[in-house]
Design a protein around this ligand. Structure first.
Ligand code: ADP
Length: 216
């Protein structure tokens, strides 16, 4: 299975991705996670990416596409994958299409998870992540057992710099302007599956599983 999950920031793509990668035993390719991993090392490219990510802007396409191109050459993704957060504009969608052609592969489905903007802001501003393992919590909906501490490894929970209130609206705006056209692009190719992200996670999971049953 070669899948893509799309949706505005805060819609819960991460949680839904977990379900998909478990079901299909495919690797998760999150460009956001790749950039955050690059920050923690002393890489020039990580510093450049951070300057965009922290202010809620898209990392330039040449960097992003090259990272994806290299990732697609790694052994674990040869049989399938789930892209999360890529492609995020038409140029990236075209680059991905070319990568697929070069490999003789095709995308099987694109999930578009939707929710209202007011839900998104609430979800993102309350999000906290473990500084060490990256596990995701929410201060109201998904609290850790001990406040501020990760259940999994005892790491400190922090707020991502780009999850601060002043940056969220900018990320949503970029999504509306640049990423939404990608949704229509995949719709025209008959690959798009709409998922309601405002319902609870079990309901969303059910919708996803039903659609995947039909694709298989
Ligand atoms: P979210 O979906 O909540 O915005 P991500 O982890 O997917 O979170 O992305 C975080 C940030 O990483 C984005 O705001 C952007 O700066 C950068 N980023 C991730 N994917 C891409 C991409 N495909 N193109 C450009 N920038 C990206």
């Amino acid at each position: 299975m070669r899948l893509i999950i799309m949706g505005p920031p805060g819609v819960g793509k991460g949680a839904k991705s977990k379900l998909l990668i478990k079901q299909y035993q495919i690797p998760h390719i999150s460009t956001g996670d790749i950039f955050r991993e690059l920050f923690s090392g002393d890489y020039e490219i990580g510093k450049i990416a951070k300057s965009y990510v922290d202010r809620g802007a898209l990392v330039p396409d040449d960097i992003t596409n090259e990272i994806v191109r290299q990732r697609l050459n790694q052994a674990d993704v040869q049989k399938g994958f789930l892209f999360d957060g890529y492609p995020r504009n038409i140029e990236q969608a075209e680059a991905l299409e070319q990568f697929m052609k070069d490999k003789g592969w095709k995308i099987d489905a694109v999930f578009n998870v939707q929710a209202d903007d007011n839900i998104l802001v609430k979800r993102i501003s309350g999000r906290r992540v473990c500084k060490t393992c990256g596990a995701v919590y929410h201060i109201e909906n998904n609290k850790p057992k001990v406040e501020g501490i990760c259940d999994l490894d005892g790491g400190k929970l922090i707020q991502r710099v780009d999850d601060r209130e002043e940056t969220i609206s900018h990320r949503i705006k970029i999504y509306q302007q640049q990423t939404k056209p990608v949704i229509s692009w995949y719709e025209d190719k008959n690959l798009l599956v709409h998922i309601d992200g405002s319902k609870d996670i079990n309901h969303t999971n059910e919708q996803i599983m039903k659609v995947l049953g039909e694709i298989n």
